[in-house]
Design a protein around this ligand. Structure first.
Ligand code: ADP
Length: 526
């Protein structure tokens, strides 16, 4: 028999009862009216209308009840008017009042009962609706859910705690049977589709916990500890075994209710993170590989930088040594000139050594010391270093200094290296273009309280359209023997101290590179 037809039958039966109650009530009201009006029986007959109302209450709504009560009152009054209309005496009037009062009180009580019944019914149906909604969410959600009964387990754990046990792990180590006993105390009440998909169709069967909890799994003891400590949630990565024997890593989450009675329906959720964890491990491995590769690239870049930086002092050494030999070959040898050349060789060799040292210190940044560097002296020293190069190329340098430029806190050799690079690039650009007039202008100024700007401008061809966007990219070069590391190293060197390096073409021709330095860098920026 279908549910619908059962409901219809129940409704038919109810309607039949209502009709029977209604007919009896009408018959009774008629009988009471007859006895009250047409017989000589003295008494509060009208009180019997109460029975009519009681019967009618079984078959009608609240409004129906009020109408019937009103009809009964009307009948009682009519009967009183017909029998005592002319000679109303005190006794019959009191009887009427008693009957009316009984009718009123009964109707009120019945209305109140009906209201309470309706409230109860609506609460009940709200409860049923909420349960149905919960069920549908529970069943349809894509998160694997279990409803488990932890009541017995909780009682057991509380008893154990009463005995003075606070660390369940230690207790379980001393009593190996405890874990199995605890698993046996948990009952699976319900399980949803996602849970069946995750652990297999047997997920709700008795004994499923014994299969899914991997022996030696410490996490189960953590769950027990959480219950024992009265925690409201347990969350953790746990390995579980599916029906087919496959182990899965899941994110287990259990919300324990505050009310111990509700431990009979605890919701347990699991999210399969096996694939995510594998992906994360793969990512970590890839990152490690990348770090290795980038370390190798750094070493490569540093060797390239070293070769690039050493080029200049070593070249100068060759030139100075040749000059020295020429002075020696003179007859008589010009010893004063020999001495000057030898001093230059020493200076350039020291510089080469400093460059190597500085490149080495790149590997351990903490060993770099900031010092207070006078930019005037730095520029003059750099000019001296590049004397040969400047002479050879026929380049004139003008230095434009704003007065009162404060010293800058930096690593001297680094800043000098940047300046050497910019000047070398300017010389090379003018050389390559065969510029007739070869001028480098170095301008130092203090644009604001925190910065110093040093601009190096040349009278060469300027930066080509093609090079504009890639100037600072490592290994970008337009020179046949260039390495393309100079500007990239210069920029990162300055940025590491909170500075900047920009290059562009000057409106009046030539390229201009501007360094912006922090007077007092607080920390290393990179
Ligand atoms: P490299 O000097 O080895 O080429 P850099 O990084 O120092 O490497 O320079 C990159 C490129 O920037 C150069 O090849 C050149 O095209 C351009 N460049 C640098 N300085 C100047 C300049 N003063 N004038 C014109 N172009 C320049």
């Amino acid at each position: 028999m279908s549910i619908a037809s059962t409901i219809l039958r129940a409704r038919d039966a109810q309607a039949g009862h209502n009709l029977a109650f209604g007919l009896i009530a009408v018959a009774l009201a008629a009988a009471v009216f007859y006895v009250d009006t047409f017989t000589d029986i003295e008494g509060a007959i009208a009180v019997l209308y109460v029975v009519t109302i009681l019967l009618a209450a079984q078959a009608t709504t609240r409004i129906g009840l009020l109408v019937i009560a009103a009809v009964c009152v009307g009948l009682a009054l009519l009967s009183y008017a017909m029998t005592h209309g002319d000679d109303a005496d005190l006794q019959s009037t009191i009887r009427l009042i008693v009957a009316l009062a009984a009718l009123f009180v009964t109707t009120m009580l019945l209305l109140k009962t009906e209201t309470a019944r309706l409230t109860l019914l609506s609460t009940n149906s709200a409860l049923k609706e909420s349960e149905a909604r919960y069920r549908s969410i529970f069943d349809r959600t894509r998160v694997a859910l279990w409803e488990r009964d932890y009541a017995k387990l909780r009682t057991y754990l509380m008893d154990v705690r009463e005995q003075g046990v606070t660390d369940i792990k230690a207790y379980a180590r001393a009593n190996p049977a405890v874990v199995d006993h605890c698993i046996g105390l948990i009952r699976v009440v319900a399980v949803n589709e996602a849970a069946r998909e995750m652990l297999g169709p047997e997920s709700s069967a008795a004994g499923v916990l014994r299969r899914s909890i991997i022996p030696g799994q410490e996490k189960f003891l953590d769950v027990l500890q959480a219950i024992m400590d009265g925690k409201s949630v347990f969350e953790g990565k746990v390995e579980v075994r599916a029906d087919n024997g496959e182990d899965k890593l899941v994110l287990l989450s259990i919300s324990f209710p505050d009310d111990p009675a509700a431990f009979s329906r605890v919701v347990v959720s699991m999210v399969d993170i096996t694939q995510r964890e594998l992906a994360l491990n793969a990512l970590a491995e890839a990152q490690a590989e990348l770090t290795k590769a980038s370390k190798a690239a750094t070493v490569g870049a540093m060797s390239a930088s070293l070769a690039h930086e050493l080029n200049q002092p070593l070249g100068a050494n060759v030139v100075n040594s040749q000059t020295l030999l020429r002075w020696l070959d003179r007859d008589p040898p010009d010893l004063a000139a020999v001495r000057r050349s030898a001093e230059r060789i020493i200076r350039d060799s020291q510089r080469a050594s400093e460059i190597i040292q500085n490149t080495r210190s790149l590997l351990s940044p903490s060993s770099k010391k900031l010092e207070s560097v006078s930019l005037d002296r730095l520029v003059d020293g750099t000019m001296a270093l590049m004397e040969h190069e400047l002479q050879r190329s026929g380049t004139t340098v003008f230095v434009d200094r704003e007065p009162h430029i404060p010293p800058v806190s930096t690593v001297k050799i680094e800043l000098q290296q940047v300046l050497v690079n910019l000047i070398t690039n300017a010389i090379q650009a003018m050389d390559e273009a065969g510029s007739a007039e070869r001028i480098i202008r170095i301008a130092m100024e203090r644009p604001d309280n925190e910065h110093i700007s040093i601009a190096v401008r040349d009278s060469g061809p300027g930066i080509t359209e093609d090079a504009k966007d890639k100037l600072f990219a490592p290994f970008f070069t337009t020179k046949a023997t260039g390495m393309g590391m100079g500007l990239s190293i210069c920029r990162s060197t300055l940025e590491a101290r909170g500075g900047k390096l920009e290059g562009t073409n000057h409106p009046e021709g030539g390229a201009i590179f501007e360094m912006r330095l922090l007077i007092k860098p607080e920390v290393e920026h990179a």
